[in-house]
Design a protein around this ligand. Structure first.
Ligand SMILES: C[S@@+](CC[C@H](N)C(=O)[O-])C[C@H]1O[C@@H](n2cnc3c(N)ncnc32)[C@H](O)[C@@H]1O
Length: 285
């Protein structure tokens, strides 16, 4: 497993770059919104799992991220389960883009759970499905080896994810993949993580927006409460973003955090990514 410093050095060498398409073919066969380097990362993260805890995919869509994790996990002795969470509904726009081989439905919010199940059929006995609102789920599944977060599109969900899942991380071993960490319209993620910086070691930025963390120790209930972002004022949220910029200065350019600050300024009180995006589109006319 290694010390935190050894794990940091392991990630600094970016070994996922060496994963071949042939090795992860089963994962790549499933459509995903992930970029090529992210796909390699997910497969490699699955491959390096040593414990038998759960792997959690928050925001599974049609199963692409889960498939990449599983194609790596199947190369190990891992005896755990992958838990896939989502509403499992798709807009027509996303369906057309990501599921072009399935007949386009005539309405938005179309059910994609049957498609996701079909995509992960190879690993059916290893997957547990959780359809619904992540902000309403409770985690009772024990230790989590990998927590992939691609659904914290609002501050309230991000707070809930931290409260429910972070206490299940194994210090010195579990990793958190914050898929949207550097997206300008989700500034609560870095405000949250910087508040918990005693508990997490940033390991890698995988372009464009994904940052991986090692859990150093489990946050206490008090720390999780103090790291909540939903009730922050805009000023407090901006303070968090500036603190994160300092924390990550050696790894992430300041312009990423400046873009977040600009979004907060332009969208007072907004705590949902789509609200910020919508306002930006309106401003652009
Ligand atoms: C960017 S997509 C995930 C892409 C996926 N990981 C892949 O590999 O293609 C984000 C997903 O998160 C889900 N999601 C966002 N917020 C959610 C919430 N609060 N509860 C449940 N699912 C949510 C959406 O339904 C969507 O499928």
């Amino acid at each position: 497993m290694g010390t935190a410093a050894e794990i940091e050095a392991e990630f600094a060498a970016r070994p996922w770059a060496g994963v071949t398409e042939a090795e992860m073919a089963a994962g790549l066969a499933v459509p995903s919104m992930l970029r090529p380097e992210e796909s390699r990362l997910y497969h490699w993260l699955g491959r390096r799992v040593t414990g038998n805890g759960a792997v959690v995919d928050l925001g599974a869509y049609a199963g692409g991220s889960a498939a990449r994790l599983l194609s790596g996990l199947e190369r190990t002795d891992w005896a755990g389960r992958l838990h896939a969470y989502d509403h499992f509904r798709s807009s027509r726009r996303f369906w057309e883009k990501f599921l072009p081989n399935d007949p386009l439905p005539d309405h938005d919010e179309a059910d994609i759970l049957p498609i996701a199940r079909r995509h992960l059929a190879r690993w059916a006995d290893r997957v547990e499905w959780h359809r619904g609102e992540i902000a309403e789920t409770r985690w009772t599944g024990g230790a989590v080896e990998i927590l992939a977060v691609d659904a914290a599109k609002g501050a309230a969900v991000a707070d809930h994810v931290a409260a429910e899942f972070f206490p299940a991380l194994v210090p010195g071993r579990s990793v958190v993949v914050q898929q949207d960490y550097l997206i300008a319209v989700q500034p609560w993620l870095c405000a949250q993580m910087v508040h918990l910086r005693d508990c997490f070691l940033p390991l890698a930025l995988v372009p464009k927006d994904c940052v991986v963390f090692l859990c150093l120790r489990r946050p206490t209930a008090g720390e999780l409460q103090a790291a909540r972002t939903f009730d922050l004022t805009d000023g407090q949220l901006m303070h968090g973003v500036r603190a994160a910029a300092k924390w990550h200065a050696y790894m992430i350019g300041r312009e990423r955090f400046q873009a977040m600050l600009a979004q907060i300024k332009a969208n007072p009180g907004a705590r949902l990514g789509w609200q910020m995006r919508q306002a930006e589109r309106a401003r652009q006319g």
